[in-house]
Structures are given as C-alpha cells and as structure tokens.
Design a binder for this molecule. Sequence first.
Ligand code: ATP
Length: 229
Amino acid sequence: MSALLELDGITASYGAVQALFGVSLAVAEGQVVALMGRNGMGKTTTIRCISRLMPLTGGHLRFAGQNGAALGAPAMARLGIGLVPEGRRCFAPLTVAENLIAAARPGAWDMTRVCALFPRLGERMGQVSRTLSGGEQQMLAIGRALMTNPRLLVLDEATEGLAPVVRQEIWAGIRELKAQGLSILLVDKSLREIASVADHAVILERGESVWQGDVGALTPDLADRYLGV
Ligand code: ATP
C-alpha cells in the first residue's frame, strides 16, 4: 500500500537562505508520525512545504496519490491536509461556534463530534475566541482543522506554552483521534508524550532527515544526540 503522504528529498529556501536540504518521510493511512529535532532544524518549514504555504526547490511531495508540488495551498487543503499551525491561529473576533462553522466541509466531523472530543469547547460555543485561554484556543484550532474533515491532521507544536494539565487534555484528544483511525503528522518536543501516541518518528538535523524509525527505537543516546534531552 502506498503512503498517504510521502516526501522524498525535499529542499526549500527562504530567499537566498536554504532551510531544507533533503527531508524524506512517509505517513501511512492511520499512522501517527512525529517530526522531531532541536530548534531551527526545519520542522515548521517542512510543515509549511507540506501544506504548500512555501514552495519546494527540489524533491518530491505526494499526498493522496497526487503530486503535491503542483498544487497550491487551497487545493492541498481540499485534498485533505488539515493544518493546525504553530501559534494556534483562530479568527479572534468570531465565537467558538462561528470559527468551527467557518471551517466546515462535508464529512463525518461536525460540531457535535468536535465537542465530544473537547467538551470545553462545547461549554464555550458563544464565547469570542480572543477571550479563550491558550489551551482552549489550541483545542479550537484543532477543532477547526477537524471540521475540514482532513485525511491527514498536521499539528505544529500543539502543546507548546500550555499548562501541564491542559497539555494532558490535548494529548488525550490526540490519542483519541488516533484511536478513531485518523492519520496524524505532529511536531513536538516532548519525548514522553510522543512515545505515548506516535508509531514512527523522524528526526531533522539542519534541514535534513537524519534518522527515522519506530518510536520504540528512540534510545536515550539518539535523544541526547539529536534532541538535546
Ligand atoms: P522551532 O522548533 O524553533 O520552531 P523548526 O525546527 O520548526 O524550529 P524552522 O522554523 O523550520 O525550524 O526553521 C528552519 C531554518 O529556517 C532556521 O534556520 C530558521 O532560522 C530559518 N527560517 C525559518 N523561518 C524563516 C523566515 N521566515 N525567513 C528566513 N529564515 C527562516
């Protein structure tokens, strides 16, 4: 079976400055893959390339059987990339419900199902999203991506800067999504949480994928060498 998402040696630059020097990874249907690496190693840039917010300068990108490099960001989203960007961007003046409705596309995910995943959102449907806590905004950002009924959910540092108890709620939500069979690519630095949910890990070092394997094979040595933990 071919992978849902496949990157083969992708390269990308910010102007004259090359940021990616060859990133390869694959996400199979129903798989959870963690993209890891220290600060500035190219994780967000890789995600920007996958969601077509940034052009590739080389390599191959296939998603859902299509040549992703030939598609723009809206086409990629329609094809099923559900991006939860770093910084959990929501439409601040809109309510929780309005944010969710604005993202909705036909499919199995609707507001009821999002609220079952994150009950806190259900309690705040009429609240303006600007006034939500950081954790609630993150739940809303994930809810918005789910409302598009993605084939692949892409999470960039979904728990960064949140209080431990809220982080646990988000991780519980991610584990539930996995149990429901959703394919997920996530960037995170928490080895422990990644070990609890991911099947596979890919490590980036200076814009290149330098290691990949089962999360169970992520030894303390590897973590020390590539992740600085
Ligand atoms: P972090 O964990 O800190 O978010 P990251 O692994 O996501 O890091 P990227 O944000 O992808 O790393 O950055 C990869 C490289 O690209 C870095 O050297 C960074 O300085 C550079 N870079 C990122 N964004 C820009 C930009 N807008 N303009 C120029 N260079 C950039």
